[in-house]
Design a protein around this ligand. Structure first.
Ligand SMILES: *[C@@H]1O[C@H](CO)[C@@H](O)[C@H](O)[C@H]1NC(C)=O
Ligand SMILES: *[C@@H]1O[C@H](CO)[C@@H](O)[C@H](O)[C@H]1NC(C)=O
Ligand SMILES: *[C@@H]1O[C@H](CO)[C@@H](O)[C@H](O)[C@H]1NC(C)=O
Ligand SMILES: *[C@@H]1O[C@H](CO)[C@@H](O)[C@H](O)[C@H]1NC(C)=O
Ligand SMILES: *[C@@H]1O[C@H](CO)[C@@H](O)[C@H](O)[C@H]1NC(C)=O
Ligand SMILES: *[C@@H]1O[C@H](CO)[C@@H](O)[C@H](O)[C@H]1NC(C)=O
Ligand SMILES: *[C@@H]1O[C@H](CO)[C@@H](O)[C@H](O)[C@H]1NC(C)=O
Length: 635
């Protein structure tokens, strides 16, 4: 008895190291597993987020679900605003416009997507006006205390009975003290016939990423580039499906001139303009070097409506048309249309996903019996090189079809799924298309009716994700790639948390989450092959994957420690790596399990890199603390 008491503290302070021996060869080629991104029109991820348009409700678009409104707009001075469905609208896609009526200075002011960032740079704007007007317009950016930050006069080209587009630029001289700024467009109503003018499609862009017209917010693109995602799954999950069959995402209504894009009621509580459309998604992929994983609508809407087998052909054809539009030569009808819209070079599509979560919402039976096969057969026949993915793994996958697995859960349940892929066959590769620990550990599991999802990823959740990702890395021959979901959240209007990156109108406030840092570390250290490892110790609290980068011949050890009462000592050898070999060891830690990276706050993830040397037997000896994520790479 006495001995035990004496020995206990001794054991705790020098507990035996976890000894891991990594073989020289014999693992699996893993060039497949990539860390990527996914797009879902949620949380003003695209519009009001990545899509750089600054004017909210720019074309008064509406639907039965979200009727058109004057949301975000107010009248200048004593003028009045009214929505109109004119008999001669700007376009059939944009039937509703605004009438601005007044006596002296009249106009309208927009509050932006909960603020407008103003700094010394050039803003590019345009609007359509209709009505007989001989004066000029004033476009301006103004601070909340009335200071003019930028202003310009635009000479009227308006003529009676015609919609005429006006373009302008605005240059701000200094940085506004906050983002509580507005954009306004005004005119001299005394010089307008009847004292009013009609306006539509009022737009303003800051400088965009790669200076693309109709492009993307530079700071958020930079944040994504910092993660270096290798693929993009788009155009979303639930957003692709739509609430009803008619409400599905229609690729053909997101292309061409902005005035011909009707927009659509998203699943996630707002009307979208369609400005951030199929071509913009492809340009996004081009600009960040991401492999597109294109999802096509598969005959299931979120309300459970399913297209019957006899009526499915038109939707299969629609998917083939979309592929022709993206990949067809200019000699094809739709390839020629793409060229007309500025992209003569065909894009390459290597992955197509059929639908989204077709195991849910009354979808599985029809998906298994005819929906998936109809798309799989048609796409595979016309495009044999495309890897077609089912949107679930709850079914027998035919031919060379792959699947998509989504996981939202409490952190503890990510640990129990560490070995989930060990028994999978590599014949049907899996995409981990949506992965996130969302709800705090509660001993039970995720409760979808509970709204206590975390606002941001928090450290223990990110470590739990790392453990699950290590399970995927160990089986990387079976996994195409993995992405956190959703990716972006505008903190001023969101429906879902947590997300990978959170932001508001102020680019200086963007928060890269704790999970961002974990994904980034694993992504930076890509393994081209796994290498088998042996150890006396079972997995837990230390979890790891071992491999090689065949280009640099660097050996790689990726690890995470979850739920340990003490630091975990590790003794790691790689067969063929001798005494004195140097390795870089990077360890991520955070102040505590509930630490988060918040919008406007500091990064709380501590990244520590040290160089260590292999000992006499080629062993690398180091300790990994509780709740840490680490990567060791030999030089
Ligand atoms: C314009 O038309 C839409 C669609 O029919 C309708 O919902 C809306 O109320 C109309 N708006 C006005 C101002 O008449
Ligand atoms: C922004 O300005 C408006 C008035 O223009 C004011 O009501 C609001 O409180 C301001 N918001 C902030 C965060 O300063
Ligand atoms: C887009 O395609 C759908 C078929 O999926 C069709 O019903 C719709 O009319 C098309 N829209 C336009 C603007 O051509
Ligand atoms: C982590 O530790 C807690 C507290 O001891 C325990 O309830 C939980 O089951 C552990 N989780 C895992 C995945 O081991
Ligand atoms: C949500 O979870 C946090 C962290 O576990 C806890 O402190 C808080 O009480 C929970 N809130 C509700 C409403 O359950
Ligand atoms: C390689 O793949 C096979 C078959 O999936 C699997 O049994 C084996 O454990 C894998 N080896 C490694 C080192 O991951
Ligand atoms: C390790 O992390 C777990 C959470 O998984 C926590 O409950 C425990 O107190 C931590 N142990 C130490 C020694 O910090």
């Amino acid at each position: 008895m006495l001995h035990r008491y004496l020995l206990l503290p001794l054991l705790a302070s020098c507990s035996a190291a976890v000894t891991i021996s990594v073989a020289k060869s014999g693992g699996n080629a893993t060039t497949n597993l990539q860390y990527g991104a996914m797009e879902e029109e949620i949380n003003h991820c695209g519009e009001g987020g990545l899509y750089a348009e600054l004017i909210r409700n720019r074309a008064f678009q509406g639907s039965t679900k979200y009727p058109s409104s004057l949301d975000a707009w107010t009248a200048v001075g004593g003028s009045s605003l009214s929505l109109q469905n004119l008999t001669d609208p700007l376009s059939s896609a944009l039937p509703t416009s605004v009438r601005v009526k007044g006596s002296g200075t009249a106009g309208l002011t927009n509050a932006g997507f909960w603020g407008i960032d103003v700094r010394p740079q050039k803003y590019t704007g345009s609007f359509y006006a209709k009505g007989d007007y001989s004066g000029s317009f004033t476009a301006a950016l103004t601070s909340s205390n009335g200071k003019t930050l930028a202003s310009t006069k635009v000479k009227s080209k308006s003529v009676s009975g015609k919609w005429v587009q006006h373009e302008f630029t605005l240059t701000a001289k200094s940085t506004a003290s906050n983002t509580n700024n507005t954009f306004s467009l005004s005119f001299d109503a005394s010089k307008a016939k009847n004292g009013y003018l009609d306006f539509n499609l009022i737009s303003l862009f800051p400088p965009t990423w790669n200076d693309r017209p109709n492009g993307m917010r530079r700071d958020l693109m930079q944040a994504l580039k910092d993660l270096n995602p290798k693929f993009l799954r788009f155009p979303g999950g639930n957003n692709l499906e739509g609430d009803t069959i008619e409400g599905r995402w229609k690729w053909n209504e997101t292309i061409g001139p902005l005035k011909d894009r009707p927009g659509r009621a998203t699943t996630w509580s707002y009307e979208e303009t369609g400005g951030f459309g199929l071509i913009e998604y492809m340009e996004w992929c081009d600009d960040l070097g991401m492999e597109p994983i294109l999802a096509v609508w598969a005959g299931l809407a979120l309300n459970g409506d399913v297209v019957p087998e006899a009526e499915l052909d038109v939707y299969v054809q629609d998917a083939l048309d979309e592929l022709e539009f993206l990949t067809g030569s200019v000699d094809t009808e739709l390839g020629a249309l793409r060229a007309k819209y500025g992209h003569p070079e065909p894009w390459k599509i290597r992955y197509v996903e059929v639908g989204n979560e077709d195991n849910l919402n009354n979808g599985l039976e029809s998906y298994k019996s005819y929906r998936f096969a109809a798309f799989y057969d048609a796409i595979t026949e016309k495009y044999p090189d495309i890897q077609v993915l089912a949107s679930t793994i709850d079914m027998t996958l035919e031919g060379k079809a792959g699947g998509d697995y989504h996981l939202y859960d409490i952190p503890d349940n990510f640990i129990t799924k560490f070995d989930m892929f060990d028994s999978y066959s590599p014949d049907h590769p899996i995409l981990l298309g949506e992965i996130a620990a969302t709800e705090f550990n509660n001993g039970e599991g995720i409760d979808w009716s509970d709204t206590n999802f975390s606002l941001y990823p928090w450290w223990i959740a990110s470590v739990a994700e790392a453990v699950f990702l290590l399970g995927a890395e160990r089986n990387a021959d079976k996994i195409i790639g993995t992405t956190y979901a959703p990716f972006l959240m505008n903190l001023d209007s969101y429906q879902w948390s947590p997300t990978m990156i959170s932001f508001n109108a102020n680019p200086d406030d963007t928060a890269k989450s704790t999970s961002f840092h974990v994904y980034s570390l694993f992504n930076e250290n890509h393994m081209t092959n796994t290498l088998p490892a042996t150890s006396e110790d079972a997995f837990g609290p230390l979890y790891y994957a071992t491999g090689l980068n065949s280009e640099t011949n660097s050996r790689i050890f990726k690890a995470a420690v979850y739920n340990s009462t003490e630091d975990v000592p590790v003794s790691l050898t790689f067969s063929g790596v001798g005494r004195g070999t140097k390795a870089d060891l990077t360890i991520l830690t955070a102040p505590d399990a509930l630490s988060m990276n918040e919008v406007g706050g500091q990064n709380i993830v501590k990244t520590q890199t040290t160089t260590i040397k292999a000992g006499k037997k080629g062993e690398f000896s180091f300790k990994l603390p509780n709740l840490s994520v680490a990567v060791l790479t030999t030089n």
